[in-house]
Design a protein around this ligand. Structure first.
Ligand SMILES: Nc1ncnc2c1ncn2[C@@H]1O[C@H](COP(=O)(O)OP(=O)(O)OP(=O)(O)O)[C@@H](O)[C@H]1O
Length: 628
């Protein structure tokens, strides 16, 4: 909220004015509007999340909304030129829109101050109390703790689920389904089993157990008799399993097992992921599993020359290809790869992929499979569809032409599950104090120790302001030292990659490591030692909340999510999102949270220094405006 509603660099803070909670006449309405505005702006923001195209924000819209068709881009050069033009246009728009936004924000801020001067203090306190149920205090508002609650009966969600997944066989699993990988020794190649144990773990995670139990016996039986009916015997697989639950290994093991006895290299497995970062992660996992098997695992990336990749795939056909959807279509169109021998197709982060409509990739792929496969029977390719927030959009699932699908899911009332050991905290920021949000973030950072923290903001612009402001505040000794990095679309892809690597490998023993990011990093990124996720700006959908929070508490570890919620509007909005989410009822404490009031207090001294920090940011911005 902060970056759009209010530009700290332009603000005139009250001089030696006591911090009194205040409330405008229509606060709740205004808050609601602001949340809506935040959603709209977030959706308009074009961030380069996808490897192929600027991010398709449709993920974050309702799944039932019609999706826009982005431009089709077929070659690297065109992509590059369009990127450059977009960037120029964005730069111009940014500087123009800044001044307009600032004018309105500042005028609202000044109106608020005038109002505050006119009203008797008792009124101010009383009105805020209606909202936050707090006690009057001459200088500082003391908000009460927020409880994160599951209030929804889940009926509406149940209905959506049952319609979308009506024709699937449900296979439920639970947290107790853990066993040694060694128990699969009769069903896995010795080499593969050794690789799993050496590089990953001796024991399965539940989603791996249930998937291996259901696929390996059929896989081995069919491969032993005749490969012909393999895909039809197994049928398609849908998986809705929480973030960090080990889905990559769950689909990679059956693939490597099925292909490990192949004699000729042909493209038999295709893994489609939404971003370049995920290509790297999946490649890394599969390469470890396939060590010593002779399988050829390839990736295709936008920054490589399409022509060179084409030649490479013609000369040296991979067994497994990991690719983003747009790039896949490029290769299908120039005939680098064909689907003749394809046995397995994985969609990782499937709901996000299916919301990306560019180049009509999924229809194009299905057409290619239909026309090129030697085996023309239904179910001729095993489709494995994975997500922590699997789509409930019937139409999108229908487009995959699923055959005899099985849905692997936890038996919970709601659709999305948060990691079992995730602890959530809500921090309520009174509307009147929203200008201090960056300072409250710093207070929160100061309370975390030896922490690796991902801070989600809603836009690139917000990231570009928050990171330098935090750095200035730390330099002026407003808080303890934290190492603050920011990935944003003003950096080159290489620079962002370097920063993510720096963050991933950083050591937290001397200071907290903080990475400020947009939703560029909310999906799939696997950095196991992230301890805390801070939703500085609220997510705009329950799916987005699940994926952001899922960057911590991975692989059955502990982690914390902190949600900064400004005013009643954001709190109401958040409680709506929260209705879609299940938490592990067997783990205590699950979601209760006591707000530490000192996080949202500002002393007069701090107020003075904060003012200087904002001025410093403003002068830095005007000097380095072209950089910001
Ligand atoms: N059986 C296991 N034992 C221990 N660690 C495991 C096991 N399986 C996977 N992991 C580790 O757990 C982490 C999370 O796995 P993975 O990235 O596959 O999660 P995911 O379910 O795909 O999450 P997301 O939905 O966020 O993409 C990885 O670091 C992986 O190496």
């Amino acid at each position: 909220m902060f970056a759009v509603r209010f530009d700290p660099s332009e603000a005139q803070l009250p001089k030696e004015k006591p911090l009194v909670p205040q409330k405008r006449a229509a606060e709740s309405d205004e808050d609601s509007d602001e949340v809506q505005e935040s959603q709209d702006e977030s959706q308009d923001e074009s961030e380069d999340e996808s490897e192929d195209e600027p991010e398709d924000k449709s993920e974050d819209k309702s799944e039932d909304e019609p999706q826009e068709e982005p431009d089709i881009q077929n070659d690297d050069q065109k992509q590059f030129q369009e990127d450059a033009q977009d960037q120029d246009a964005q730069d111009q728009d940014t500087s123009e829109s800044h001044s307009k936004k600032h004018d309105s924000v500042i005028s609202r801020f000044q109106q608020t101050l005038k109002l505050q001067e006119k009203l008797p203090q008792t009124n101010l306190v009383a009105e805020e109390n209606e909202d936050s149920d707090t006690e009057a205090h001459p200088l500082e508002q003391i908000p009460q703790p927020a409880k994160v609650r599951n209030t929804d009966s889940g009926e509406a969600f149940e209905e959506r689920k049952s319609i979308a997944w009506r024709n699937t066989t449900k296979v439920h699993y639970d947290n107790h389904m853990v066993k040694p990988f060694a128990l699969y020794e009769n069903q896995l190649q010795p080499r593969l089993l050794a690789n799993i144990q050496q590089f990953f773990s001796k024991d399965t995670f539940p989603i791996q157990t249930v998937l291996l139990d259901n696929t390996l016996p059929l896989l081995n039986f069919t491969l032993g008799v005749s490969k012909k009916n393999l895909t039809r015997r197994i049928g398609d697989i849908l998986v809705n399993a929480s973030t960090g639950s080990g889905k990559t290994l769950a689909y990679s093991i059956p693939i490597i097992e099925a292909l490990s006895k192949r004699t000729v290299n042909k493209l038999r497995a295709l893994v489609i992921v939404p971003t370049k970062l995920l290509i790297g992660q999946v490649f890394d996992t599969m390469s470890k599993l396939a060590q010593g098997t002779g399988l050829i695992i390839s990736i295709s990336k936008l920054e490589n020359s399409l022509k060179e990749e084409h030649q490479k795939f013609i000369n040296y056909e991979p067994d497994i290809l990991i690719v983003t959807p747009g790039r896949l279509v490029d290769h299908l169109q120039i005939g680098s790869i064909n689907m003749k021998n394809l046995m397995m197709l994985v969609l990782d982060e499937a709901d996000h992929l299916l919301n990306q409509s560019f180049q009509n990739w999924s229809a194009e792929l299905m057409n290619n499979i239909r026309s090129q496969k030697l085996d023309q029977m239904p179910g001729n390719v095993i489709k494995m569809v994975f997500s922590a927030t699997l789509t409930t959009n019937t139409e999108k699932l229908h487009g995959l032409h699923l055959y005899n699908p099985k849905l692997f899911v936890k038996d919970s009332v709601k659709l999305y599950n948060l990691p079992d050991k995730l602890q959530e905290y809500n921090i309520n920021v009174p509307t009147a104090k929203s200008i201090y949000k960056p300072l409250f973030l710093l207070h929160l950072l100061d309370k975390l120790h030896n922490a690796k923290i991902l801070v989600f903001v809603k836009s690139n612009e917000a990231s570009l302001r928050l990171a330098p402001l935090l750095t200035i505040m730390i330099e002026r000794k407003m808080g303890t030292p934290h190492n603050v990095l920011s990935v944003n679309s003003n950096n080159s892809k290489a620079e962002n990659k370097r920063l993510v690597h720096q963050f991933a490998t950083s050591n937290t023993s001397e200071s907290n490591q903080v990475l400020i990011t947009t939703d560029l990093m909310s999906r799939g990124i696997d950095i196991n030692d992230i301890t805390d996720v801070i939703n500085y700006d609220p997510p705009i959908s329950s799916q987005q909340y699940v994926h952001r929070c899922g960057r911590t508490a991975r692989a059955q570890g502990h982690g914390n999510a902190h949600n900064l919620l400004v005013g009643k509007g954001e709190r109401t909005f958040w409680s709506q999102l929260e209705k879609d989410i299940s938490r592990n009822v067997g783990y205590e404490p699950i979601v209760s949270t006591e707000q530490d009031e000192s996080t949202v207090n500002v002393s007069e001294d701090e107020n003075e220094v904060y003012k200087l920090c904002l001025e410093s940011l403003r002068s830095q911005n005007s000097r380095d405006w072209h950089v910001l």
